[in-house]
Design a protein around this ligand. Structure first.
Ligand code: URA
Length: 234
């Protein structure tokens, strides 16, 4: 693999930045300074350093984004801002995509990766990865309606949802944990009891929790522990 590709793949810097860093003698491979960013290296066996710090090659990129409102979670939708616009270009170039969907007006935890097989596995119904959301609704939720949703409720299209956990933290807000992910599911569940969601934020994806330190629109790489959870290697 070319040295500059190695650096863009690890999300460390762009090709141009890599070329500049190499020229300035900031990069070494196997203990020797390398000034040409086009050289080929073995990403699995060579020790590569930038400013003396070892950079580890990762086949895939895993990102946690705190999605703000107003961004769609598909990779490309004409006329819309997509969540990928919130990431640096050198990461987007690595063919990353959002793992799963959140509505344009939903905020919170999104995982963005280029690991197709793991994303597919995590989203497959048989993986039973639960997702937790904080909701706000327009009208006071009746405890009897909350109970209907917990038990599984029939939506307008005839689909009956799986049982879920719903904790009312007030008349018009609370937390809900889904064990499936149908299109607009929470909005349609509240719609089925004559109520309306006014705000929705995803707090967790399985055991991966939204990092409270991430402002809306901010992102970070998943930790090794979170990657293990996401990829199922745990
Ligand atoms: N349910 C919804 O209705 N919207 C989301 O974005 C996620 C779950």
């Amino acid at each position: 693999m070319r040295l500059d590709k190695f650096f863009t793949h690890t999300g460390t810097m762009s090709r141009k930045e890599c070329a500049q860093a190499a020229k300035r003698g900031r990069i070494s491979v196997g203990g020797k300074v390398v000034t040409d960013s086009a050289v080929h290296i073995n990403e699995n066996t060579d020790t590569v350093t930038l400013d003396g710090a070892v950079v580890t090659y990762m086949k895939y990129i895993y990102i946690m984004l705190n999605k703000p409102q107003g961004y769609v979670s598909s990779s490309d939708e004409p006329g819309e801002h997509t969540v990928l616009e919130l990431l640096p270009e050198n990461i987007v170039k690595c063919d990353v995509f959002p793992s799963g969907r959140l509505d344009k007006d939903t905020t919170g935890l999104m995982i963005i990766t280029n690991d197709g097989p793991s994303s597919h596995r995590a989203l497959a119904p048989k993986s039973h990865v639960c997702k937790k959301y904080r909701y706000e609704c327009a009208d006071a939720l009746l405890p009897s309606d909350a109970e209907k949703m917990r038990a599984g409720i029939t939506l307008a299209d005839g689909y009956t949802t799986l049982p879920c956990e719903l904790e009312m933290l007030g008349e018009k807000h609370g937390e809900i944990i889904l064990h499936e992910g149908k299109y607009h599911q929470i909005k349609r569940m509240f719609g089925a009891v004559g109520n309306k969601i006014t705000a929705l934020k995803r707090l967790s994806f399985g055991d991966i929790l939204l990092d409270e330190k991430l402002e809306e629109g901010a992102w970070r790489y998943l930790t090794d522990e979170e990657i293990k959870i996401f990829t199922g290697n745990k």
